[in-house]
Design a protein around this ligand. Structure first.
Ligand code: AMP
Length: 582
């Protein structure tokens, strides 16, 4: 299969915004792809060379890419940089440079998908002394055989900047359409083995039946079960007949796969964190009695001195650590709270009830208090008892409770299955001021990409930053999307109901620009918005000393001036009220 087929598909995908059309284009590509190239094509179409859960990465910096382009186009690095500066995209730079230099000479060999994929994978194999030269050769070899269009996409793939708008959902739908199988079957198979190469191959060769045969595989992460929000503890415990309440720990979802002495660790985002947590690997090796199993749980970080849980933010510094891992092990000790088992010695336990799985879990581990044990839980349907347990969880510094149906099976997948309900204290919304932001890039250039939020210091009258928010705003107004909603005479839609589109927000902010540096921009503090958030955290990053975790846009507050925004005092009070704080 020629790489130009893929490159032309990218071009098409870039031009076409419609998801439906994109799905058709990708489905057509999959149909043309032979089984032995499905792994390569399903990854490359997403701009990947390895699945998201692989520990391998290409790891090529811009500087090296500039050298590779210069070498293959026969120009100087300065020439490449000059072109790069014009467009801000090395993909476009190489397209121009290769385009100038040559048309493909007749008879010269055309790049194949297999060759491109092999070279890109090989790039990650090289590390240490002399590796840069070898990486450069692998890229330059491809670029020197590529047409201008091919070169553009090779460069973007290597730099992990493909951006043709192909998310997992599109690939899933395209697999279903290409091989005429139900989307749900594709999704279910992918939940167990999130690798579209394998899923597509099974669909191509075995249809629905092939997909139904999918099993969890030791050493490959699956898509974990998630909890749904419940409006109240009462609602939650009334939802099931047999109820188990568990602490909702504020930590890192941890999937432990064990096969004999070999242990792998994954997060809920399929990240492989085995190397970053040697202490956890050790605990698992020592305290899991079963030979082969997969355990599900939440790991929290502990304060070395007090032994109390530290905020997730602190533990998360361990996730990305590549160096000084031993030091971080000492600095932030961990406590692993296990709450499920989904695989045991060759058997898939997802089809057992939680009650049965809990029995298997208890039998499969040695409990080590404060380090590696079953999560704190209580079986009850009595609201008073449940409430006391909930309060105990908050007092212990945890986020709340998860209420679980003891009769439910384990259902992997991003769509919520209903067997787990989370109950957390509801945080009151805050009215904050927009004081800065960043401009979007690519298609979103010229619109605001993220917003810097601030609260008011009543004493000094200053606005102190307390968080950043991806705008979460809709691209179009309701009336642009469908039939126009009736609107009060003279009022814009946003003024009427506080909703606002990205375009409208940009228009509101543009006249307020005070200062710009690159894509960063400062605004005069004028616009007040109401935001919801998950939690208030102490933070050294923001001048207010607090950070709103996961702020979400609720509505504009055109009725409020900046002087009426919420104050730092209010944030302090809310912070104090939120759980028995750490
Ligand atoms: P949220 O992140 O608020 O959607 O809550 C879901 C997350 O809570 C899960 O992904 C887990 O990481 C975490 N969690 C903490 N404790 C538990 C527990 N006992 N059972 C299940 N999930 C838990």
């Amino acid at each position: 299969m020629k790489y130009i087929v893929l490159a032309e598909t990218y071009s098409e995908l870039e031009r076409i915004p419609s998801k439906l059309k994109k799905t058709e284009i990708i489905a057509k590509l999959f149909k043309e792809t032979p089984a032995n190239l499905l792994e390569a094509v399903t990854l490359l179409i997403q701009g990947r060379v390895f699945p998201s859960w692989s520990e391998k990465e290409i790891g090529v910096a811009e500087q090296l890419m500039i050298k590779a382009i210069a070498k293959s186009a026969g120009v100087s690095a300065e020439d490449v940089v000059k072109d790069y500066k014009k467009s801000g995209d090395l993909g476009l730079a190489v397209e121009t440079l290769v385009g100038k230099k040559r048309q493909r000479t007749l008879g010269s060999e055309q790049l194949t998908v297999g060759k491109v994929f092999a070279n890109l994978q090989a790039i990650s194999e090289h590390s240490g002394g002399g590796s840069q030269d070898r990486k450069l050769d692998l890229i330059a070899e491809l670029l020197s055989q590529a047409t201008a269009t091919e070169a553009k996409y090779i460069v973007r793939t290597v730099l992990e900047q493909l951006r043709v708008g192909v998310a997992e959902g599109l690939v899933r739908d395209a697999v279903a359409s290409a091989y005429n199988v139900p989307v749900d079957d594709v999704e279910n198979a992918w939940n167990l083995l999130p690798d579209f190469g394998e899923v597509a191959k099974a669909a191509k060769e075995g249809g629905e039946k092939g997909l139904k045969k999918f099993k969890l595989r030791l050493g490959t992460p699956f898509i974990v079960q998630l909890a749904e929000k419940s409006p109240s503890l009462k609602d939650a415990i009334e939802s099931y007949k047999k109820v188990l309440l568990e602490y909702k720990y504020d930590g890192m979802r941890t999937l432990i796969h064990k096969k004999g002495e070999k242990v792998w660790l994954f997060t809920r985002n399929l990240e492989n964190i085995t190397a970053a947590f040697p202490d956890l690997v050790q605990l698992a090796r020592k305290n899991i009695k079963a030979d082969d199993c997969v355990l599900d749980g939440e790991t929290i970080g502990l304060d070395r001195k007090t032994g109390k849980p530290v905020p997730f933010q602190q533990l998360s510094t361990r996730i990305k650590r590549k160096y000084d891992i031993e030091k971080s092990v000492e600095e932030i000790p961990i406590d692993v709270n296990l709450f499920d088992i989904v695989y045991l010695d060759g058997k898939n336990l997802m089809e057992l009830t939680l009650e049965e799985r809990k029995k298997c879990l208890a039998k499969s581990i040695h409990s080590v208090s404060g380090k590696f044990h079953v999560a704190e839980g209580l079986v009850t349907t009595d609201l008073k008892e449940a409430d006391a347990f909930y309060k105990e969880a908050l007092k212990a510094g945890e986020e709340g409770v998860i209420v679980k149906d003891l009769n439910a099976l384990y259902v992997p997948g991003r769509r919520v299955a209903g067997g787990w309900l989370k109950v957390k204290p509801v945080m009151e919304n805050l009215d904050v001021v927009i004081v800065g932001g960043t401009w979007g890039t690519g298609k979103r250039a010229g619109t605001i990409g993220s917003l810097h939020l601030a609260i008011r210091d009543a004493e000094s009258g200053k606005f102190l930053e307390c968080g950043m928010m991806g705008t979460g705003l809709k691209e179009k107004t309701q009336s642009e999307r469908s039939s126009a909603a009736p609107r009060a005479k003279g009022a814009t839609e946003s003024e009427q109901d506080g909703s606002v589109t990205l375009k409208e927000m940009t228009k509101l902010l543009k006249p307020l620009v005070e200062h710009e540096a690159g894509s960063l921009v400062k605004f005069k503090p004028k616009i007040v918005i109401e935001v919801a958030y998950e939690e208030i955290q102490k933070s050294p990053t923001y001048i207010s000393g607090f950070a709103l975790r996961f702020p979400r846009f609720i509505r504009l507050r055109p009725d409020k001036s900046a002087d009426e925004a919420d104050t730092i005092e209010r944030v302090k009070t809310l912070y104090g009220q939120q759980k028995g704080k750490k």
